[in-house]
Design a protein around this ligand. Structure first.
Ligand SMILES: [Zn+2]
Length: 254
């Protein structure tokens, strides 16, 4: 579908932990890998894979560890399963890993986007970008300790889809169903250049209200989460360790 350019949004995709010979981490087939292979088979030799899921995109990194045509970049929360993807892990040379301290917020995401993701994409000049939009980095997600709102994730999507003629925008992890529905609906809106309304229609609100969800570490949604899509900006100071890590990663160049 994107052979001649354009964008695909596949929110059910992004199963980045699947391995060649076995399922792993809730992932059976590794659809990002299969998608990238398809792009390579069609003759492309510069594909950028960018993964902002809370967990390391290990399966994709492993699949292309010795392939110069694919640059895999994963930002993830340090210390989380599968505990791989340290900052100095560049696989065969074409992987970049940015483990982030817990508590990452929207201003830090914006910093990483402008300071690292965008300049890196500009230098690499990819023929296609595969973007894994795992939203388990949202503050309300029970599996991570990140503190992001959905606006910062949409900013990443909005910026990255402009940096290549072809984009495959995927989902990924996400374990708070209200947060997932709101975030990825917003991704769809960004991809389609649709303005996000401040208040949901009653039909959309009722879909969210109909969800029943319990989780040992999950909080029930507040009214704002059920009646709107956009989170307030969850900002803060850029921590020194975040700046240091980004600068260190830049040292690895392209
Ligand atoms: Zn994840």
């Amino acid at each position: 579908l994107i052979a001649d350019g354009g964008i695909i949004h596949h929110p059910a995709g992004g199963t980045h932990h699947g391995l060649r010979d076995r399922a792993s981490g809730f992932c059976y087939f590794n659809d990002p890998v299969l998608g990238i292979l398809e792009l390579l088979d069609s003759g492309m030799d510069r594909v950028l894979y960018l993964d902002i899921d809370a967990h390391h995109g290990d399966g994709v990194q492993i699949a292309f560890a010795d392939d110069d045509r694919v640059l895999t970049v994963s930002m993830h929360e340090e210390g989380l399963w599968p505990r791989t993807g340290t900052i100095d892990d560049v696989a065969g040379g074409m992987a970049r890993n940015l483990p982030m301290p817990s508590g990452m917020h929207d201003d830090e995401m914006r910093y990483v986007l402008h300071e690292y993701f965008m300049p890196l994409a500009q230098k690499f000049s990819p023929q296609a970008i595969v973007l894994q939009c795992g939203c388990d980095i949202l503050a309300e997600d029970p599996l991570s300790r990140q503190m992001l709102g959905n606006q910062a994730i949409w900013d990443v999507v909005g910026a990255m889809i402009k940096m290549a003629p072809r984009c495959l925008v995927l989902g990924g992890g996400g374990y708070n169903p209200y947060g997932v529905a709101r975030c990825w609906s917003g991704v769809w809106a960004v991809v389609n250049e649709i303005e996000i309304p401040p208040v949901l229609t009653i039909t959309a609100e009722n879909i969210l209200r109909a969800v029943k969800w319990t989780h040992s570490r999950g909080k029930q949604p507040d009214e704002k989460m059920l009646t709107s899509i956009k989170d307030p900006w969850r900002g803060g100071d850029i921590r020194d360790e975040v700046r240091t890590r980004v600068q260190r990663l830049k040292g690895y160049g392209l």
